[in-house]
Write a protein that binds this ligand. Structure first.
Ligand code: COA
Length: 193
């Protein structure tokens, strides 16, 4: 069954973790985001390949629209130390998607520091606690080893394979544990309006 258009009246505008801020997108994020997605290594497992500036803009716009429609979305991931945009991460479930996905893309110079895992952990907490989801997935190309490793660190396991956007993807997933308790009693950084 397709997801309802809006699962929650509140919108997730900002999350703060130990080292990261997951916030809404600003128009002036384009330069930094375009630099990230222009990198062929970052885009190696993306069907679309490296993106030019216009394509980067057309990626950001649906993140903003998704948040308007669903209340949460892929956020701009900012490293708190220095305030630099280092990628995107968070929840994603456009119409027809195989489930509520947690996704991640990190600037190559910041790989291997646990940032994708830190951002995704926060997003999964929001999914279970704020969105009320029972199940969260990640859609990963079978040869994307770093991404599979992130999924495993999050406690996700491989559930099935399927075609998404014309390519075979593995679906990793995690169910909300029985008796789930959020890591924090409230999201200091979640603003609802
Ligand atoms: C996938 C990605 C987001 C991971 O970001 P990150 O911040 O480096 O992730 P983390 O540091 O939290 O974890 C990465 C893990 O992969 C491991 N890893 C990285 N490259 C690896 C390789 N070639 N083989 C085995 N493990 C590898 C790291 O050692 C780490 O695991 P560890 O903590 O057990 O050592 C980043 O590589 C990226 O942006 N890739 C391009 C975009 C992409 O493919 N996104 C996912 C689409 S599904």
């Amino acid at each position: 069954m397709d997801a309802p258009l809006t699962r929650h009246d509140g919108r997730v505008t900002e999350l703060v973790t130990e080292r990261l801020e997951l916030r809404r997108w600003h128009a002036d994020d384009l330069d930094a985001y375009a630099a990230i997605v222009a990198d062929p290594e970052v885009m190696r497992y993306m069907r679309s390949g490296p993106a030019g500036r216009a394509a980067a803009w057309r990626e950001i716009a649906p993140f903003i629209g998704h948040r308007e429609l669903r209340g949460w979305s892929q956020a701009a991931v900012v490293e708190r130390a220095g305030g630099r945009l280092i990628g995107r991460g968070g929840l994603w479930e456009p119409e027809g998607w195989p489930g509520l996905e947690v996704g991640w893309v990190i600037r190559k110079s910041r790989w291997g520091l646990g940032f994708a895992t830190e951002a995704a952990r926060e997003a999964i907490d929001v999914a279970f606690d704020h969105v009320g989801a029972e199940h969260v997935i990640s859609v990963i190309r079978p040869d994307n080893i770093p991404s599979i490793r992130v999924a495993e660190k999050l406690g996700e396991t491989k559930e099935r394979s399927m075609m998404t956007d014309g390519v075979v993807s593995d679906i990793y997933g995690i169910f909300r544990p029985p008796g789930y308790r959020p890591r924090r009693s409230s999201y200091a950084g979640v603003t609802e309006r």
